[in-house]
Design a protein around this ligand. Structure first.
Ligand SMILES: [Zn+2]
Length: 75
């Protein structure tokens, strides 16, 4: 399986595995990590940043919607 690291291009290795439920069946998830721990830290940080950003965008959308509803209610 070809699964290069997004950051350094090294072949990623299996990290932790955990079991999760999908409907009635149990699925084993495997997280792949970069063999270079320092690089993996950067990748983790990039993922966290991206999550933060999309959470921010979602929050702003909700705020804009609320503001719009308030305007409609006030008119
Ligand atoms: Zn890497």
């Amino acid at each position: 399986m070809n699964n290069p690291c997004v950051n350094c291009g090294k072949q990623r290795v299996d990290g932790k595995t955990w079991k999760g439920k999908s409907g009635a069946s149990v699925i084993t998830y495997t997280q792949t990590i970069c063999p270079d721990p320092e690089c993996q830290k950067l990748v983790d940080k990039a993922i966290a940043d991206r999550k933060e950003k999309s959470a921010d965008i979602a929050r702003k959308k909700v705020e804009a919607k609320l503001a719009r509803e308030k305007l409609i209610a006030a008119s």
